[in-house]
Design a binder for this molecule. Sequence first.
Ligand code: 3NM
Length: 217
Amino acid sequence: MDKKKLLGEIDFYLVTDSGLSKKGSLSDVRNAVEAGCRIVQYREKDKSTKEMVEEALLIKGICRDKAIFLVNDRIDVAMAVDADGIHIGQDDMPIQLARQLLGSDRIIGLTVHDLGEALQAERKGADYVGLSPIFGTSTKKDAGEGIGPERIREVKDALSIPVVTIGGINRKNCVSVIQGGADSLVAISAVVCSDDVRKETREFIDLIRNTKRNRAP
Ligand code: 3NM
């Protein structure tokens, strides 16, 4: 399965958060993938490297040929478990070095906050950008103020790589994000804090697909 090709088709994007999760990251990934989620990012800030490697291997096993499996920030963990790629921020490993370490086949996603950073990300070889934060969020304490869904379009129109959106997105405001031009969206608290991750993921996927079908080209 060509995971870079799959990247062009993603809609709902799961990012794990063991601090917020009701039933744990493994359960969240299992349920989201069963519901049809095709991209998973393992984001873990508080566990030991050993625990992360063990958990990442289990998540990789769940994703297998159904979903792209990325590791947030920790390029060493991604390489150790042979993940499909990584997601990094502006202050993490510089993208050119990450590419040297990972090779051309792996997926690298980069967080960007505006059009300038997005253009640079594409120029430097990112496979997608994570545009953030769209709305205010308490899930990431230093995320800053939301840029609003109306700022997505300028980034989407300027890039040829997928635009993933993150930050304060829920089922009420997600239609505005997709209508704004996003290819994909992450909703962490809206999903992992829910009692039924599978149902919540499915509802996001259906809403995103219906909105994409009906939006102007
Ligand atoms: N990164 P929720 S905001 C992981 O702005 C993350 O870069 C962000 O969580 C950024 O969907 C964020 O619960 C958390 O708002 C998003």
